[in-house]
Design a protein around this ligand. Structure first.
Ligand SMILES: NC(=O)c1ccc[n+]([C@@H]2O[C@H](COP(=O)([O-])OP(=O)(O)OC[C@H]3O[C@@H](n4cnc5c(N)ncnc54)[C@H](O)[C@@H]3O)[C@@H](O)[C@H]2O)c1
Length: 332
């Protein structure tokens, strides 16, 4: 327990609020549910079960254990085992939270899956499942929450926190569908923030990095994700959740933003800002003029690269891509 009961400046920041957390049976979502409950929120703990690839049989055990843990802390929680990618199940989550706790203030879209497969090797199922769970799942739950909030009219203190990824903000080779789904989550966050401001809802996203079964499945992450025996275990999933509690709380001053977080490192991303602007004097560009104008620009010049998983990511994937293109003789 981090927050003392009974008021004062350190009073629990989410007292009286109701939160819905998807994929909250394990990993980062579990840490969010516990942190939100500790901060005073009643929590609907959603989790379908299944493995990190979106396969395997459904299992309510992890979600039930989180609910029991919250109740053991003196908090309020209920379980939901719906699939975020199913629009009716997503509607059911919002309805269950409202019917159990009388309101809904906070949505944490955390449920996600990852199926490592390159563009040439991926199956339609690899693409469809990742887009369905990671992107449609985020949109569906947010849609029903927004629909519910719209039915009540504006009220301050509402928040949606989405889960993008360093792979969405700075895509890497090896899982293009995952990268695209998480970049989509970042774009959805910005659009939703603009749309829902008039309902008093802030919408932000996090791009986390932590040790979970999903990241442990990537051999390249193995060393970076080892637990430390003494000192600060920077990749423990619970280090992500204070940011989610902040983004859910009324102390949060941001909307439509994507925050990177890994251990003690916090980042605020600025996505897709133009590095150059050239105007062609009220004439359409010809291909030749475009080629001449662009030949003046350094292809590496795009601001600076940074990712929460910097120990893993190393040099920018864009740099690596350009180097690879150069090596095989592509002119750019
Ligand atoms: N672990 C990391 O470093 C990392 C990095 C970037 C992004 N993320 C994102 O963070 C989120 C949590 O990942 P994690 O690492 O804790 O993974 P995890 O596999 O440990 O947990 C994900 C949880 O989501 C649940 N889930 C999956 N599909 C679902 C569905 N359709 N409906 C409801 N629940 C579903 C799973 O049962 C699981 O309990 C994901 O969105 C992931 O893409 C994680």
């Amino acid at each position: 327990m981090k927050y003392p009961r009974g008021g004062g400046p350190l009073a629990r920041p989410l007292e009286g609020k109701v939160a819905l957390v998807t994929g909250a049976g394990r990993g980062i979502g579990r840490a969010h549910a516990l942190a939100l409950a500790d901060a005073g929120a009643a929590v609907l703990v959603n989790d379908l079960g299944g493995d990190f690839r979106g396969e395997g049989s459904r299992d309510a055990t992890p979600a039930n254990e989180v609910v029991e843990r919250i109740r053991g802390m003196g908090g309020r929680a209920i379980v939901d085992t719906g699939n975020v990618a199913d629009w009716e199940s997503a509607r059911g989550m919002v309805e269950s939270a409202v019917s159990a706790f009388g309101r809904l203030d906070i949505v944490v879209n955390n449920a996600g899956i990852c199926r490592f497969s390159t563009l040439d090797q991926m199956t339609p199922k690899d693409w469809d499942l990742q887009i369905a769970v990671n992107l449609t799942g985020t949109a569906a739950v947010s849609h029903w929450a927004a629909d519910y909030w719209r039915s009540l009219g504006p009220q301050p203190g509402r928040a949606i926190i989405n889960t993008s990824s360093p792979a969405g903000t700075n895509p890497v080779p090896g899982s293009p569908a995952y990268c695209a789904s998480k970049a989509g989550v970042a774009a959805l966050t910005i659009a939703a923030a603009a749309e829902l401001a008039d309902l008093g809802a802030r919408v932000n996203a996090i791009a986390p990095m932590a040790r979970t079964r999903m990241t442990l499945a990537v051999a390249a992450h193995e060393d970076a994700l080892k637990p430390v025996n003494a000192g600060f275990d920077r990749v423990a999933p619970e280090h992500i959740s204070p940011l989610v509690v902040y983004l859910a709380s009324e102390r949060c001053r941001f909307t439509g933003r994507v925050f990177g977080i890994e251990g003690d490192d916090l980042f605020l991303f600025v996505g897709w800002s133009a590095a150059h602007h050239i105007n062609n004097g009220r004439r359409a560009w010809s291909t030749e003029e475009l080629a001449d104008a662009l030949s003046e620009i350094d292809p590496q010049d795009r601001g600076f690269y940074i990712a929460p998983s910097k120990r893993i990511a190393g040099p920018s994937p864009s740099d690596q891509t350009l180097t690879t293109l150069e090596r095989i003789g592509t002119k750019y």
